[in-house]
Design a protein around this ligand. Structure first.
Ligand code: GUN
Length: 302
C-alpha cells in the first residue's frame, strides 16, 4: 500500500532553478575570462498581454542574474506579419545575438507557425522550430523546448525515479504536452518512462490518469485534475498557469494550476506547487539553451 501523505512533499522548482542559474553564472564567468563576450538573448514581445509581459520581464531579469546581455524588442499588436518576419530576419543575421524568442501567443492576424519557421534553428532557444523538434524526436543533439526539458531536469534533480514508470501526460500542445511525452519516453537516464498522452478526445480519461505513477498536467484548465484521478503515491507535475481574478491579491489575480492542489497534494508522494514549480524551470532551461547556442554546443559556430 502506497503512503498517503498528510503534508505534501513539495517539489521546489524555484530552488532547483536557482541552482541551475548559479551553475550558468559560473559558466559565464569562465567564458568571459577567456575573452569572449557574454551570451546575448533577445526577446520579441508583441502587444500587451499581461501574462506575456510578466514572462518576458522575468526572462530578461534572469539574463541579468546570470551575467547575459539581453535585448527586449516590443511591438504594438497591429504590427504586420511581414514586419515581424523582417524583425526575425534581422535577429537571425545579427552576430551579436546568440539566441532569441518570440513570445507567444501572437495576434490572430499573424501566422505563428510561419514566424517560428523563420527563426534560425541555431538561434531558436525556445526549441520550437521544426528542425529542433525533429532532431529531438530522432534523438539528435537539439535545442530542446524549455518547459519539457525543465520538467525532465526537475525530476532528475529531485531524485524522482522515472525509468519504467508509467507517466500520463494530459494535454497535447506543441509547446508542452507533445514534446514532453516524447522526451519522457526517450532512452535517457533521466527519462525511460512508459508514456500515455491524453487529450480532449480521450475516453475514460480519469481511469487512465489513475494508472499513472507520474502525472504531467498540461491542459490549461484550472484544477482539472481532482483526487479521484490520482493513485495514492503518484508524482504530480503541474504545468498550468491560468490567471484567475483574486480580490485578495494586490495584482488582482492569482495563478491557478491544472491540479486541484488542496485535494491532490495529500495523496501525492511529490507534487509541484503553482507558482514555484515548473515555471521557474522553464526560464532556467531557456538560459541553458542560450548558453548552448552561444558556445555552439548543438550547432557548431560558423
Ligand atoms: N508562451 C507560453 N510559453 C512560452 C514559451 O515557453 N516561449 C514562448 N516564446 N512563448 C510562450
Amino acid at each position: 500500500m502506497a503512503d498517503i501523505h498528510v503534508a505534501p512533499h513539495l517539489i521546489d522548482g524555484k530552488q532547483t532553478a536557482e541552482d541551475i542559474k548559479v551553475e550558468i553564472a559560473a559558466a559565464v564567468v569562465k567564458l568571459t575570462a577567456t575573452g569572449q563576450r557574454p551570451p546575448h538573448l533577445a526577446a520579441i514581445l508583441v502587444g500587451h498581454d499581461g501574462g506575456s509581459e510578466t514572462y518576458v520581464r522575468n526572462k530578461v531579469l534572469a539574463c541579468e542574474r546570470v551575467g547575459y546581455d539581453s535585448t527586449l524588442l516590443r511591438f504594438e499588436d497591429d504590427i504586420t506579419e511581414a514586419d515581424l518576419l523582417a524583425q526575425v530576419g534581422a535577429l537571425n543575421d545579427d552576430p551579436a545575438i546568440d539566441g532569441f524568442i518570440v513570445q507567444l501567443p501572437l495576434p490572430k492576424h499573424i501566422d505563428a507557425e510561419k514566424v517560428i519557421e523563420a527563426i534560425r534553428p541555431d538561434k531558436d532557444v525556445d526549441g520550437f522550430h521544426p528542425m529542433n523538434l525533429g532532431r529531438m524526436v530522432a534523438g539528435l543533439p537539439a535545442l530542446l523546448p524549455a518547459t519539457p526539458s525543465g520538467i525532465v531536469e526537475l525530476m532528475a534533480r529531485q531524485g524522482i525515479k522515472t525509468s519504467g514508470q508509467h507517466c500520463v501526460v494530459i494535454g497535447r500542445s506543441n509547446i508542452v504536452g507533445t514534446p514532453v511525452s516524447i522526451l519522457l519516453a526517450k532512452n535517457l537516464e533521466t527519462a525511460n518512462c512508459t508514456v500515455t498522452l491524453c487529450h480532449s478526445r480521450t475516453k475514460n480519461l480519469a481511469e487512465i490518469v489513475r494508472q499513472a505513477d507520474i502525472i504531467v498536467a498540461a491542459i490549461g484548465r484550472p484544477e482539472f485534475v481532482t483526487a479521484d484521478m490520482v493513485k495514492p503515491g503518484a508524482v504530480v507535475i503541474d504545468v498550468g498557469t491560468t490567471r484567475v481574478t483574486d480580490a485578495n491579491k494586490k495584482s488582482g489575480f492569482s495563478l491557478k494550476g491544472d491540479v486541484n492542489f488542496a485535494e491532490v497534494a495529500p495523496l501525492a508522494s511529490r507534487i509541484t506547487p503553482v507558482p514555484g514549480g515548473v515555471g521557474p524551470m522553464t526560464i532556467a532551461m531557456l538560459l541553458l539553451n542560450t548558453l548552448r547556442a552561444a558556445t555552439g554546443a548543438v550547432y557548431p559556430k560558423a
